[in-house]
Design a protein around this ligand. Structure first.
Ligand code: GLU
Length: 491
């Protein structure tokens, strides 16, 4: 049987990078086996539905190159791929379980249930609607057939009839066996009073009907596994393989990475911008390849020290055996380091196609563009760093005061005059490095002082790309003007 995996997000907001990693691992599992990666939108919870989420999910997957083989947009023979469009399928499947005596209708009002919950709380217990008390409630097991028919005209839910005294064991390929006593489970609702299925029911029915062979999802779903197994068993279906991925942890301290951590520490937790307050990795200057690479490392390795993998390398190397059990700590500095590696390796012409790069170079002669990008490329950790790195293109607005004061003590005027003279009289007017260094040597002038003077007068501070390469980009006129300005400034 060919591998078929699915990514099944609920459209309840932007796709968190934890969700994106789940999508990636599903995609890799499919590609490695030559199988199919399916996108299924689990939109049965109307209360949590947020407009624009599905579109966001599709866009984010596309940006990362994690393209589904089947899904709501491209279709496929197992569709529809939106659960809200599959209502009748769930209804008939629930009916099937009722007919077999493995599910039942329940007519209890929210008030009655809430009273029961309060009472249980008073007794120091957790309320559970199940084998011990189901006959005390109003459902098709406790009332007559005739009463049931009447009650079905009003609101009702369909519940799974959990058999007490059973031991439920499910195997997870990452965590091994998960075992739960059925006495601990309640009679889970399968169909809600609005006619929509619950997550558990729709998820199992769809995984079966879509011929899913492996379920790869976040660890937070592990506690639901025994319930899912009961539903599979009720239908007499074989379960797919299960793999629950480790949590992505906060950069420090305990717990799962949240949006709040990102807001507090100034890093993104979403791939793309969601609203004006929520920027994504893309807007903060990440390349999709480096984000995908970083996500792959969150809980997986190939058994070597290697950390750089393109998506197509991952498609070949990925293996469930390389997934760790324990949580994976999010490390923004590492994500930036990887992005830096990717930017350094990308073709200069490809960088020039990026909007943010083009915008910064606007107004600068076209023939200089490649030279400028080559000059600063290896200094960029995000594409957004480009702005700062090419700030030397504009005349310095202010000078690093501390550095200027230190320089003044050593009297840089002869150096500045020499620079001016060399630039003015040199045929290759920007190539002043050799004559300047020779002069410094003959005058016993420390090279550090020479370099600091040149850098301060051209750029305004002591950091930035190679200063002679900067000279070449700026050209004679600009250099002469800046040297003059600086001489006036320190006088
Ligand atoms: N709709 C669930 C979610 O958003 C899917 C869980 C699963 O993959 O089974 O996480």
């Amino acid at each position: 049987m060919t591998t078929r995996v699915r990514f099944a997000p609920s459209p309840t907001g932007p796709l968190h990078i934890g969700g994106l990693r789940t999508a990636l691992f599903n995609y890799l599992e499919a590609k490695k086996e030559g199988g199919a990666f399916i996108l299924r939108i689990e939109d049965t919870d109307q209360n949590r539905y947020i407009k624009g989420s599905e579109e966001y999910i599709q866009k984010a997957l596309k940006w990362c190159g994690i393209n589904p083989d089947e899904g709501p947009k491209i279709g496929g023979k197992y569709g529809p791929y939106r659960q809200s469009e599959r209502k009748t399928i769930y209804k008939s499947h629930a009916q099937n379980l009722i007919d077999k005596g493995l599910a039942y209708y329940a007519f209890d009002s929210p008030e009655i249930l809430s009273q029961a919950r309060d009472q249980a709380e008073k007794n120091g217990e957790t309320f559970k609607y199940g084998s011990l008390n189901r006959m005390n409630f109003k459902n098709s097991l406790s009332i007559s057939e005739l009463e049931t028919q009447k009650a079905l005209k009003g609101d009702y839910v369909i519940r799974l009839k959990v058999i007490p005294g059973e031991r439920i064991t499910v195997f997870d390929r990452i965590r091994g066996n998960v075992t739960v006593e059925s006495d601990l489970l309640d009679d889970k609702i399968l169909i809600k009073s609005d006619g929509m299925p619950t997550y558990h029911f729709a998820n199992v029915v769809d995984d079966k009907l879509m011929d899913i062979t492996s379920v790869v999802r976040g660890e937070e779903w592990l506690p639901s596994l025994p319930v899912h197994k009961l539903i599979y068993d009720a239908f007499g279906w074989k379960t797919p393989d299960f793999m629950h991925l480790p949590l992505i942890l906060k950069p420090s301290g305990k717990g799962k990475l949240s949006k709040r951590d990102g807001d507090k520490e100034g890093f993104p937790v979403y791939p793309l911008k969601w609203d004006k307050n929520t920027q994504g990795f893309k807007e903060l200057g990440f390349l999709p390849g480096s984000l995908v690479n970083y996500l792959a490392l969150l809980g997986w390795n190939d058994g070597t020290e290697n950390e750089i993998f393109t998506l197509s390398e991952l498609e070949k190397k990925f293996s469930i055996n390389g997934i760790q059990k324990g949580g994976a700590r999010f490390d923004y500095e590492k994500a930036k380091w990887l992005n830096h590696k990717y930017i350094s390796n990308i073709k200069t012409s490809d960088l020039l196609n990026k909007n943010i790069i083009r915008c910064e170079l606007d107004g600068c002669p076209g023939e200089k563009h490649e030279e400028i990008v080559r000059l600063v490329k290896e200094r960029l950790y995000t594409l957004n760093d480009f702005k700062k790195e090419v700030s030397f293109l504009k005349d310095p607005k202010r000078f690093d005061e501390k550095a200027v004061e230190k320089l003044k003590i050593k009297n840089p005027l002869p150096i500045l005059n020499k620079i001016h003279f060399l630039v003015k009289n040199n045929d290759d007017s920007f190539n002043i490095k050799i004559p300047l260094f020779e002069w410094a040597k003959s005058e016993n002038m420390p090279l550090g002082l020479v370099m600091q003077s040149l850098r301060l007068c051209l750029i305004g501070d002591l950091t930035g790309p190679d200063v002679f390469a900067v000279c070449s980009v700026l050209g004679k006129g600009v250099i002469l003007k800046r040297v003059k300005n600086f001489i006036n400034y320190i006088k």
